[in-house]
Design a protein around this ligand. Structure first.
Ligand code: NDP
Ligand code: 2IT
Length: 444
């Protein structure tokens, strides 16, 4: 049995029930084959064995009181995966589905994503099975404060810098940050995605969605295509989806569908983003309310139907495993030209294969959604400098970073004989820097 198979087998033995983590590891290990086989040094240093085992996993109880006075208990965790190239960095997810396997998949992906940004940040992720939907601001605050009562021990501006993810936006970051400051008396840039009045960076809110469009523009630009006049389908209507839609529309695309975890809206005239923002950001409502204001649009229950809408470019921006083999086949049949992942691992391994075998340009999330964490790292820089850069300055840096990520993925894929396979390119380019740093720092 080869080195890659032995490592994967051992991951399965030890983590058999963590299916999302196994999926992420399998995808990365399979695409690293060309570089691993050419360079025995990685096996000599047990780089793969060390990469698939987090540096540490912290799991803790979060007790809080709801508005009726009842005590509630959630489970929270922070997985610090790898700090070879910089302090641990990655979001916190609040969603009822959160478990260790999901946080480990996200933390593992984050190692390579953060390496690809070219900025000095390692990989981590955290979260809790707390569901913010339907909770009052006071309940969310008490939960966030209680979570921080434990987590403050493990984070710090040069140790681990969390941020947002599903269910964590400006409100939650504010409560986390406030409690960290209360407990430590330190005004540290310990979170990114902070509000603009207390150390946040302009463009962080927009960064993941904008970055996705910058990456996809480069990828399709090399094939003589662009967003102008393209029909686009975007899943989700949260942070990433909203600003992907905004930038795609700015570039002339017609976005015809968006969704949430209950269903999707199809608006053949083109989605009115101000209506979506008012519903989802303005009052934390449901996407189905869109048809109350835009009667010409249609609402459909359920998530996977969104991929039956014909489009040139599909941007999955909600959650993992949204596009399976069947949805991928329908997209291909309907003539999709490019797929750009705004979410983390929204396409299954089988779905990805369908796209690649049919010549669809496919941008993997760890490259195409790296804009968010990139601007997080720029927020860290601004905090260290005690300075704030303008929107235009940060946006320009973001644009340059995404163009560089695209070029590095493209060149790494080509170097190993996998032209246009950006999955292989992203994994190899992300891996090489981390592995080199690990070897240089000796066994730890
Ligand atoms: P938000 O919480 O802002 O929005 C998430 C969106 O996806 C909502 O529309 C939500 O619907 C929907 N959604 C969430 N879970 C599910 C589910 N299980 N099934 C169907 N729909 C679901 O999160 P973000 O926009 O920040 O994150 C979206 C994706 O992008 C995630 O995969 C995240 O890891 C990734 N990402 C986020 C970054 C960031 O900077 N925020 C950076 C890089 C990647 P509803 O409103 O019903 O909950
Ligand atoms: O998945 C991700 O890259 C994020 N949720 C953003 C992480 C960050 O630290 O900004």
């Amino acid at each position: 049995m080869g080195y890659i198979e032995r490592v994967y087998d051992s991951v399965v033995q030890k983590n058999g029930e963590q299916k999302e983590f196994l999926q992420a590891v399998k995808e990365v290990l399979d695409s690293l084959r060309p570089v691993i086989e050419k360079n025995p040094v990685y096996e000599q240093h047990a780089i793969l064995e060390r990469l698939v085992e987090p540096d540490r996993q912290i799991i803790f109880r979060v007790p809080w009181t709801d508005d009726s006075g009842k005590v509630q208990v959630n489970r929270a965790m922070r997985v610090q995966f790898n700090n070879a190239v910089g302090p641990y960095k990655g979001g916190m997810r609040l969603h009822p589905s959160v478990n260790l396997g999901i946080i480990k998949f996200l933390g593992f992906e984050q190692i390579f994503k953060n390496s690809l940004t070219g900025l000095p940040i390692g990989g981590a992720k955290g979260g809790s099975d707390f569901d913010p939907h339907g909770k009052s601001d006071a309940e969310v605050m008490r939960f966030c404060q209680s979570l921080m009562n434990e987590m403050y021990k493990y984070v710090g501006p040069d140790v681990d810098v969390p941020a947002g993810d599903i269910g964590v936006g400006a409100r939650e970051i504010g409560y986390f940050f406030g409690q960290y400051k209360k407990l430590t008396d330190n005004y540290h840039g310990v979170f990114t995605g902070k509000g603009l009045t207390y150390g946040g960076s302009l463009t962080r809110t927009e960064a993941t969605g904008f970055g996705l469009i910058y990456f996809v523009s480069e990828m399709i630009g090399e094939k003589g295509r662009n967003f102008d006049g393209a029909t686009v389908v975007i899943s989700g209507s949260g942070n990433v989806a909203t600003f992907a839609c905004q930038k795609a529309q700015e570039l002339g695309a017609k976005v015809v569908a968006m969704s949430d975890s209950n269903g999707y809206v199809y608006d053949k005239e083109g989605i009115k983003l101000d209506v979506v923002k008012e519903i989802k950001i303005g009052r934390r409502g449901r996407i189905k309310e869109y048809v109350d204001q835009v009667p010409s649009a249609e609402y459909h229950e359920g998530c996977s139907g969104i991929w039956t809408i014909p489009c040139d470019i599909a941007l999955p921006c909600a959650t993992q495993n949204e596009i399976d083999e069947e949805s991928a086949k329908i997209l291909v049949k309907n003539g999709v030209f490019a797929v750009g992942e705004g979410a983390n691992m929204p396409t299954t391994i089988e779905g990805t294969k369908v796209f690649q075998e049919n010549g669809v340009l496919f941008a993997p999330g760890k490259a195409s959604n790296a804009g968010g964490v990139s601007v997080s790292a720029l927020e860290m820089s601004q905090n260290s400098l005690r300075l704030s850069w303008t929107f235009e300055e940060v946006d320009e840096r973001l644009h340059n970073i995404m163009v560089n990520i695209y070029k590095n993925c493209r060149d790494a894929a080509e170097k190993y004989g996998y032209k246009d396979n950006f999955v292989v390119g992203a994994n190899i380019a992300g891996f090489e820097k981390v592995a080199t740093a690990m070897i240089a720092q000796g066994l730890y």
